[in-house]
Design a protein around this ligand. Sequence first.
Ligand code: PMP
Length: 429
Amino acid sequence: MTTSEQLFEKAKTLIPGGVNSPVRAFRAVGGTPLFIKSAKGPYVYDEDGRQYIELINSWGPMILGHAFEPVEKAVREAIQHSFSFGAPTRKEVEMAELIIDMVPSVEKVRMVNSGTEATMAAIRVARGFTGRDKIIKFEGCYHGHGDSFLIAAGSGAVTMGIPDSPGVTKATAADTLTAPYNNLAAVEVLLDNNQNQVAALILEPVVGNMGCVLPEPGFLEGLRDLCDKHGVVLIFDEVMTGFRLAKGGAQERFGVVPDMTTMGKIIGGGMPVGAYGGRKEIMDVVSPAGPVYQAGTLSGNPIAMSAGLAMLHHLNDHPDVYTQLDQIGEKLTAGFRAGLQKAGLNYTINHISSMFTLFMTERPVTNFAEAKSCDLPLFGRYFHAMLKRGVYLAPSQFESLFLSTVLTDDLIQQVIQANEESLLEAVSA
Ligand code: PMP
């Protein structure tokens, strides 16, 4: 038995499913999850001392590689002054200023401790601001585990086969309307049929949680127009795309500015941090400026702020990071496409900059229904073939991969080679 296997056996007796977040359990791909001991730069190391090239990067935050030195240094410096005050700090002011400077839609911002908290709060604020109850989300988009979002949810919810979770009341579910991604006409019908009842429309402006799915030309612009027409708060959930697709996220890259934005992952440099922000008049309904309540003992935690600030300052000061990520993404996906061609396979790759997914299907993937047409057992075999060759992918077809700046040409070649071999192994099994 490997150390990971031993730890997993024990973990299952102590923690539901042995993990603190479902997808980590490898249910979708079978086998035992790797228990990770450490990571540095482009590599993670498991409890059995094996080294893997990282293509998940903690599901996004490690955009500059693991244990990025300026972040490590900032945390070391910060811990000398105690770990939490539950009182305002200078760093929170600096953080707010930096986010507002980087993200086009954000005029005021509130820090929280996770992406889930950010989206839950954003929806409450949109409801408080508009005096309306309903929200629209897209099938296969994941916005954390808040009750309102576990309706046709993506990521771990779909991986586990429970996109509509027990425990969410019928009343909550009734207030969440859903449409297929990239389908403006469906959104228009929902808005027409629920006049003056929809508070917010929330989406991942580039989806990571059904695998990587891009907005078709005009989709984001069309949503912007529809929300304006119907007085709906447009929320971009940029927990994955924020500070990744550009320093101002997908909204900068696509030139469409939402009313509110939710953020997470990179914003904390690997520490538990989220944030939501938007137009001043919307954010000013948040307590104590306004009547919509939202709070947190550890919100704006000084250690987390120090890590996040070091990360965001680096990204803000080095715009070349984004050109570099674009190039890394181009090289890697070009190699993957060549690998598919060599193997005589016609599977779909969706890609933008440092996010991409190889879908085990020949059809284009523009929405959740199409993503679900993938050959999942084949993905499982491919995943394990890659793992065997030292490449650590997200353990589910319904996830995007996240690249980092520390993927050198040499590492990219190793991954491309592993992909070629793994495809052949997976299809011939
Ligand atoms: N929104 C999106 C788009 C996400 O990808 C995630 C997490 N993967 C969340 C919200 C929830 O964030 P967290 O896991 O930090 O609660």
